[in-house]
Design a protein around this ligand. Structure first.
Ligand code: GLC
Length: 494
């Protein structure tokens, strides 16, 4: 595969935002009625409409804690801001606020050939990337599946596998003897020591390899590559959000935030250097630096207990890494299907839904499908999905409507919570306008996610103009661009 395609969502400004049919003005308040109660209501999903009104009321009551109102979201925002400040000051906080050591964005002079590695999901990608004047002129990609045994085995085995894949890839290109600079996108929380080194703090998503916490993953990769006789130098170690920010800023210099909303969720933004305390390299000439928030862990210290429900407790109990990255379990693609499953199981227990879905059957793609049908006023595919999930139980139209309602409430909460994070970053960045580059399957494929996010961000960050931009391939192009930035910085170093 070669040649890159840049995906660019149309910009949507505040003026185009509508909420439940109301125009929202630049202050984030509805035009129709300025009272506080109305602003609150704009966050709530529409009521469940069933012929059986008593059943609908009971279901709504069961789900009430999952429907967050404006006041609760403001409280979440306040806690997020406090945690963010504490994290930057290196005080106890559930937010890592990691210095990525990326101090500038692409300026269009980026040149050269690079290898880029992308590790974060069940597929590991190895890429050859060529840049000319900051533009991607060639991209070859090979994808390698990482089996569960490797994801849950030893760190040493995993990194030997990664190096084997890189070797296989360069051999397939006939370039096994060439010298390369490499950008390693490692999408897990790290303590970074420089732009090219960092230790794994903890595994997230579907990885839990032993013996790697506290290990410099760039150095380990470097060793495994050298052991195979490859002339490849790891120049940059970055998170996928940083790559997305850099790739987004390359498309539009107003981009100052990078977000992933996919299997996991996280954000990265340009912070004033005076507010960042963790530095291990000279930074006299640096004004702003990209900070990786690691918001998936928000609330792991208990500061968000006021939004936690029994449903969340159960999803957490069923997860690979319990009591860790609890916020991610409210918002990201890995968990939305599971959240819907657990809610339906709870309703079934109370006699409000005819069957308990099989654990692990409903995926976030099914949630998206139910939401899409709900927009169209259809139930056919929802019933099919439910039949797959619930076996032979008799299911009717009203059950499909209940499942769609649950999918909507869960999706709406995810959109609200990720919007709180983005809105908080917008408020503290104090720029005239900020582009938010977003990547990830949930953002791309969920039929309502983008619209909800535009709406809620405007409501939560009034008077802060922004635009959301789909920015694909942060871990490929973003990684190569960052490696080129690192090379530029190294040349300019005294
Ligand atoms: C998880 C990782 C984080 C990554 C995110 C999106 O939250 O901890 O580093 O950015 O997933 O892939």
């Amino acid at each position: 595969m070669s040649a890159a395609v840049e995906s660019h969502q149309p910009r949507v400004g505040l003026e185009e935002t509508r909420v439940n049919g109301h125009q929202v003005n630049g202050n984030g308040h509805p035009e129709t009625n300025g009272d506080a109660q109305r602003w609150e209501d704009l966050f709530l999903p529409p009521p469940l409409r069933l012929d059986d009104k008593i059943r609908a009321q009971k279901i709504e009551a069961r789900l009430s804690k999952l429907r967050l109102c404006g006041a609760t979201l403001r409280r979440v925002a306040q806690v997020f801001e406090e945690e963010l400040e504490a994290g930057l000051r290196q005080l106890p906080s559930s937010l890592q606020m990691e210095n990525t050591y990326v101090p500038e964005m692409p300026d269009g002079t980026e040149e050269g050939v690079f290898l880029a590695l992308d590790l974060g999901g069940t597929n590991f990608r190895v890429m050859f990337i060529e840049l000319e004047n900051g533009n991607l002129v060639r991209q070859d990609v090979k994808q390698y599946h990482i089996h569960e045994a490797l994801r849950l085995g030893t760190g040493e085995d995993l990194f030997n596998f990664l190096a084997d894949c890189v070797q296989d890839f360069v051999i397939s290109l006939g370039m096994e003897n060439a010298a390369f600079s490499l950008g390693f996108t490692f999408s897990f929380p790290m303590k970074q020591h420089s732009i090219s080194s960092g230790e794994l703090i903890t595994w997230t998503k579907s990885f839990n390899c032993s013996g790697l916490e506290g290990v410099d993953v760039a150095a380990l990769l470097q060793r495994c590559l050298r052991e195979r006789g490859l002339d490849i130098t790891v120049r940059v170690l970055l998170n996928d959000t940083t790559g997305t920010l850099v790739a987004g800023a390359h498309i539009d210099p107003e981009v100052g935030i990078g977000v992933i909303l996919g299997t996991g969720s996280n954000g990265c933004y340009m912070e004033k250097v005076s507010r960042v305390q963790h530095w291990e390299v000279a930074h006299e000439r640096v004004r702003d630096v990209a900070v990786d928030v690691e918001w998936g862990a928000f609330g792991d210290n208990g500061c968000l207990h006021f939004i936690r429900t029994e449903i969340d407790e159960e999803v957490d109990a069923r997860s690979l890494l319990q009591r860790s990255f609890t916020f991610e379990k409210y918002i990201s693609g890995k968990y939305l299907g599971e959240l819907v499953t657990v809610v339906l199981a709870t309703l079934a227990r109370d006699g409000l839904f005819p069957a308990t879905p099989k654990p692990g059957f409903l995926q976030t793609s099914h949630v998206s499908q139910m939401e899409a049908e709900n927009c169209e006023g259809e139930v056919k595919q929802t019933l099919e999905v439910l039949r797959g999930a619930c076996g032979a139980a008799p299911l009717g139209v009203s059950d499909a409507l209940v499942a769609q309602y649950v999918a909507h409430v869960i999706s709406n909460r995810a959109a609200q919570l990720v919007s709180v994070c983005i809105a908080t970053l917008l408020r503290r960045m104090e720029r005239p306008r900020v582009g938010v580059a977003v990547d990830g399957s949930l953002f791309k494929h969920h039929p309502r996610m983008q619209e909800h996010m535009r709406t809620y961000i405007s409501l939560l960050a009034p008077g802060r103009p922004f635009f959301l931009m789909g920015a694909e391939d942060g871990s490929g192009k973003g990684s190569a661009l960052t490696a080129a930035i690192a090379a530029r910085l190294a040349k300019g170093a005294p």
